[in-house]
Ligand binder design. Structure first.
Ligand code: SAH
Length: 395
């Protein structure tokens, strides 16, 4: 790793870094030396000149994202070692398995690599950079992935067009860094099959974070009428039908998402009579109240990406949940989620309580849901927990 310079912290600002918190805010910096440009590596020192570690530099509120803690140098095998450690964590959590060959390999801060996401789809790695440093290092990352995942890895695709900071976004940053695989590509998740299209699909092509929650939905679906809103690839719908749902309706505002859902339902060989897809806004669909459902899934996109949008987001969650609570059959079950990082677990819970008050229904909480083990959260970086869910029984 080539360091472009040094950042010296103000007195007292070393403590959070010594506790492995990965972010250095601009206000914590006393002085910087060298020719620092966005995306370069920097050495981080305490006010007493003690080496605290190394990170990526980028002008802005978070100025350094730590990649390596302690006095020793990151070393030439830095990336490969990080990927091997990440793989070891997944293996300890039982991934991949005979029946699941798609998982998240790198989950940013949770894997000690702020700004980097890598999703693995049976031989294909999709790399997503959220900052200039990961963008600058993309070829090193691709090379190290090849080594760490050899011989299984065939293709590395870089997909950062939508995730890099504003000024970098204009340029086209979606490309194959090594190999090439045709899309759509088929993966297995708990023996269910899914088409993945990283070139055209949202995010890296699939929402791996709902794997265990989709499986749990199956346990509630036999013989039931299920509504899957914000369905995207139809993940929850596939699990519900597999588990013997009587009828499944899938709803998404995007026509492309609905086509993907149809293809995935077909791929898994379900009887077409048992499902219907609607390309429509969920709020409009619920307002229609044409159908009664036993089970409803509410998995909207992040209603708030920033703190200042939080109030608006909370109102969105409240309205959505209240509508679902009003239309569900007595004895029905709602799977409700929020993936907004700025809406924490307590706030989400409180929002559901006010939705229940608004709907005037008796409700019991059956499960508290979260993100799976391949989306780990560093204990020193609780901000990494973003997916919250509740399973509700509506009397
Ligand atoms: N549940 C999915 C992931 C949901 S992603 C899974 O398990 O994979 C969120 C989806 O919501 C996207 O597909 C997006 O097209 C859709 N969406 C966004 N706003 C919507 C709205 N108002 N009504 C319906 N769908 C919407």
């Amino acid at each position: 790793m080539v360091n472009a310079g040094t950042v010296i912290l103000k007195k007292g600002k070393e403590h959070s870094i010594e506790r492995y918190h990965p972010w250095i805010f601009s206000g914590a910096i006393q002085q910087s030396t060298g020719s620092l440009t966005d995306g370069c590596w920097v050495e981080v020192l305490s006010y007493k000149n003690k080496r605290l570690g190394f990170g990526h530099y980028q002008k802005g509120s978070i100025t350094v994202r730590m990649l390596h803690f302690g006095a020793d140098e990151p070393g030439e095998h830095f990336w490969e070692n990080k990927f091997r450690q990440a793989l070891q964590l997944r293996r300890s959590a039982g991934l991949p398995t005979e029946t699941t060959n798609a998982f998240r390999l790198i989950h940013g801060e949770g894997d000690g690599l702020p700004g980097l996401i890598v999703d693995y789809y049976d031989g294909v790695a999709i790399v997503q950079a959220h900052d200039a440093g990961m963008h600058e290092d993309r070829h090193r990352i691709a090379e190290a992935l090849q080594k760490a995942l050899s011989p299984a890895l065939q293709t590395v695709y870089y997909k950062s067009h939508g995730t890099l900071p504003g000024k970098m976004r204009d340029e086209h940053y979606n490309e194959y860094l090594s190999g090439m695989s045709a899309v759509p590509h088929i993966v297995a998740e708990h023996s269910k099959k899914f088409y993945i299209d990283w070139e055209e699909g949202q995010k890296t092509g699939f929402f791996l974070d709902q794997r265990e929650n989709r499986r749990l939905l199956g346990e509630f679906s036999a013989g039931k009428t299920v509504l899957n809103t914000f369905c995207y690839t139809g993940g929850f719908s596939v699990y519900a039908l597999e588990a013997g749902a009587q009828l499944v309706h899938s709803v998404d505002a995007s026509e492309k998402a609905i086509q993907l859902t149809r293809k995935n339902l077909e791929l898994n060989g379900f009887d077409a009579e048992k499902h219907a897809c609607y390309a429509i806004d969920t709020f409009d669909f619920l307002a229609d109240k044409h159908h009664a459902y036993d089970v409803i899934v509410l998995d909207p996109p992040a209603f708030a990406k920033h703190r200042d949008a939080r109030h608006q987001a909370v109102r969105g969650y409240q309205r959505l949940n209240a509508e679902a609570m009003k239309v569900i059959r007595p004895g029905g079950v709602i799977f409700t989620f929020s993936c907004s990082q700025v809406v924490d677990r307590q706030l989400f819970y409180d929002t559901i309580v006010s939705a229940a008050i608004q709907a005037g229904r008796q409700i019991k909480v059956l499960h508290h849901l979260s993100q799976p083990a391949d989306h780990p959260v560093s204990i020193f970086h609780p901000e990494g927990e973003y997916l919250k869910g509740l399973v509700l029984f509506v009397e």
